[in-house]
Design a protein around this ligand. Structure first.
Ligand code: N01
Length: 541
């Protein structure tokens, strides 16, 4: 296989690889492909690079993985030269970093922005994909790589009357590029996941009044965000080889951190509280790795959940509000844990109120109010922090047709089926980066992205060297993998929550725990072994 040429007779562009999406996955994929001499074209529906960080511009948006670790590791120069300003980078800084990477590696010339991939059809005679893009053009590619992101399809809730609302309606996952000014306005915020919890304190500072409509109370840990000192930055920079190795090979979630050595019930109550306090005071995701069985044992999990509930009672002055904010519908961590700055304290402000929409769901949205239990809560603007059709939503928006004209949506109607999260049987030469069945959203995404991109790049080189035309997941290997992903998920507490991991936030979506929960280190070893055994379980021709 050599870089494909466009033929004047066909008047079609042809590439070795079409990559869908120019977020962190698509950008790195392009960089690797180019370095290996493949021709590649990236199509990106946004007007710039950055994916998630291009779209999610809501007030308070920042990453919940620490900036020194939420960054590419593939270039030593890049990781040494970039200065992160804070422990958790704000959205604007991550977007600036994405743009810096695009410029530094001269990526833009192979990315077409403001362009959606609408359809991809596999031609079984030509062993190539025929790809229709939103400007009407058809392009051909030997391979298609879906770098479409796990949380990219913002979901507008199906609430009666939403379209009748006269004021502005914003979705956190599709925020305007221009600044939004809430000064003097009464704002209604629907949704208390990570996005709602991050944005509420900032909106409350700006708005005349903020009403938070809460369906499910959520666990949240203080971020303890702060400016990074040179000393802190250098501690990472000087130890990056070891930190990155640990994140890739040892840490389950791709984050370098102290690992738990015991279960929660192995400690006395005092020792446990001291440990939770230390982690609460330090802030961040590592709260959940205080013990090694918080995701496995409900009694252990309860100790952590109770600690967080007690902190909510301590912080929130009004007892009724505090009670309402205490999560009790799911074990802690089984919905993605939130990381906040002053979220619970925000409810002590005189201009903030909390409305329970679990007991009494929203009846209707009128021209100027959200009606709950017969009461109209008047608002001038609405913020929907209602999440995403996660993991499969952005793939499902593309009309993908594999062997025999079967669509991927038909195949995945009962839930996504992949081998290693990388490929789906019947869809040759179609790779997914951080797809369902891989650690993806349970990990530091950049660690998982780099692993997938490198694996795919090695695979394409292997195919070129061996003169192979197609590769696809074998049906038996795929069935076994799907069963394995499911089995280990059901050995944990995760399936107990109505989470987006389970597809539970989308009415009608199959209830399947989508990510692989075995940990990034184990997963990497499995992928490497599969490759070492001649891509065992895949069919290559
Ligand atoms: O979305 P979510 P998100 N009526 O799905 C509620 C990542 N992320 O954008 O729980 C009323 O978590 C819904 O209620 P319920 C992170 O992985 C990371 O906040 O379904 N309410 C829930 O409260 C995260 O997990 C960062 O009962 C409705 C909320 O809306 C993921 O993205 C920051 C409703 C949705 O919460 C998604 O987070 C932001 C309805 N019809 C996001 N429909 C960081 O790195 C939904 N809800 C920090």
């Amino acid at each position: 296989m050599s870089p494909a040429q466009s033929s004047p007779a066909q008047a079609r562009e042809a590439y070795d690889v079409v990559v869908v999406g120019a977020g962190f996955a698509g950008m790195y994929m392009l960089h690797r492909l180019r370095g290996l001499g493949f021709s590649a074209r990236v199509y990106e529906q946004g007007g710039g690079v950055g994916g998630t960080w291009y779209w999610n511009r809501y007030p308070g948006a920042r990453c919940d993985v620490e900036s020194m670790q939420y960054s590419y590791s593939f270039s030593e120069e890049l990781q040494q030269e970039w200065d992160w300003s804070e422990r958790y980078a704000p959205q604007a800084e991550i977007l600036k970093y994405a743009n810096h990477v695009a410029d530094r590696f001269d990526l833009r010339r192979d990315i077409q922005f403001d362009t959606r991939v609408e359809r991809a059809v596999f031609d079984e005679q030509a062993n190539a994909w025929s790809v229709k893009i939103s400007d009407g053009k058809m392009v051909e590619a030997k391979f298609v790589v879906l770098a479409t992101g796990c949380l990219s399809n913002a979901r507008k809730p199906d609430i009666q009357g939403l379209d009748n609302f006269k004021g502005p309606v914003y979705h956190t996952g599709n925020w305007p590029h221009e600044p939004v000014d809430f000064a003097g306005l009464r704002v209604g915020l629907i949704g208390t996941g990570s996005s709602g919890i991050q944005s509420a304190p900032i909106i409350a500072e700006q708005a005349r009044h903020l009403t938070v409509f809460q369906r499910t109370a959520n666990f949240s840990i203080p971020a303890r965000n702060a400016a990074l000192t040179d000393e802190e930055r250098n501690a990472f920079r000087n130890n990056y080889p070891e930190i990155r190795r640990f994140a890739r090979e040892i840490a389950r979630n791709g984050i370098h951190a102290e690992q738990p050595d015991r279960g929660a019930l192995d400690d006395s109550e005092d020792a446990r509280r001291a440990k939770y306090k230390a982690r609460w005071d330090r802030g961040g995701l590592t709260f959940m790795s205080a013990y090694n069985n918080l995701g496995l044992d409900l009694a252990a999990n309860d100790t952590a959940a109770n600690y967080v509930r007690s902190k909510i009672t301590e912080i929130v002055k009004d007892a009724t509000t505090a009670k309402l904010l205490q999560p009790n519908s799911h074990p802690i961590g089984t919905k993605r844990i939130c990381i906040d700055t002053d979220y619970f304290a925000t409810f002590n402000r005189p201009n903030v109120s909390l409305v329970d929409i679990k007991t009494n769901p929203i009846e209707e949205i009128t021209a100027n109010a959200v009606r709950v239990a017969g009461t109209d809560h008047e608002v001038d603007a609405l913020v929907l922090a209602t999440g995403f059709d996660a993991m499969t939503g952005s793939v499902a928006r593309i009309d993908i047709r594999g062997r025999g004209g079967r669509t991927l949506n038909q195949k995945w109607a009962e839930g996504p089926k992949t081998y290693l999260g990388l490929m789906s049987a019947g869809f040759p030469n179609l790779f997914i980066i951080t797809g369902p069945g891989s650690p993806s959203v349970l990990s530091n995404m950049i660690v998982s992205i780099e692993q997938h991109v490198d694996w795919i790049a090695d695979c394409l080189v292997h195919m070129r060297q061996q003169g192979l035309a197609t590769m696809e997941a074998g049906g038996e290997a795929e069935d076994k993998w799907v069963a394995h992903v499911n089995e280990i998920a059901h050995g944990t507490l995760y399936p107990q929550a109505n989470s987006w991991y389970m597809g539970a936030n989308i009415p009608g979506k199959p209830r399947i725990f989508m990510p692989y929960i075995g940990g990034v280190g184990i997963y990497r070893r499995i992928c490497d072994e599969v490759a070492a055994k001649g891509y065992e379980g895949f069919v290559m021709t």
